[in-house]
Design a protein around this ligand. Sequence first.
Ligand code: ZN
Length: 236
Amino acid sequence: MTEELFRDDSYLKECDAVVTAVGAGGIELNRTIFYYNSGGQPGDSGILTTADGCKVVITDTCKERGTDALLHVPEDGAPQLAVGDAVTAAIDWDRRHRHMRMHTCMHLLCSVIEGGVTGGSIGDGKGRIDFDLPVIDLDKQAIADEINRRIEENHPVVSSWITEDEMAANMDMVRTMSVKPPSGQGRARLINIEGVDLQPCGGTHVGFTGEIGPIRIGKIENKGKHNRRVNILFDE
Ligand SMILES: [Zn+2]
């Protein structure tokens, strides 16, 4: 099992680690700050550097299907690492920070629009959420104004852990209908944007909503009878 340092501190840009496995799919470490592709948030990219200065560019991070191994995917032709190699793992922080800003913004969007969440995805500088809603008029400007107000109010974003039993007793917190929050280790992670939104989530978030910066609403699409897709962009 890889220790997932990004869960408790999403601001770690670098950590020391040891290679525990090297397979066709990628490299496993004993601990990592690389977020793996899940919950609609892309996996991190970055660089693993060995003690003698050898650099391995990582293009993606994901879980291996079936085994649950956390894989750092090297670019084609990268130098081979060996089990036991000590490395410094550094993420592409600018890209990750944009994911953190947009991911936190997705929570604000959830707090503005009523309706179950059926899907969502975060890209570089953009994001979208599918809501289980009938065909109704959604006012783009009003939604953007409400989100931008919550951003300007600079609410703290706090993570904590609860037991799975506590979670099961509070399922009304769960906004996502298709994506189950991370579980299976006896505990679940809660993200509380104080006074705004509380939900289980395993992703990476900024510490205060003000860090997101201004946003605007892009297209609102009808993806089926009961599916409104709301697109969000950084307004910069
Ligand atoms: Zn989240």
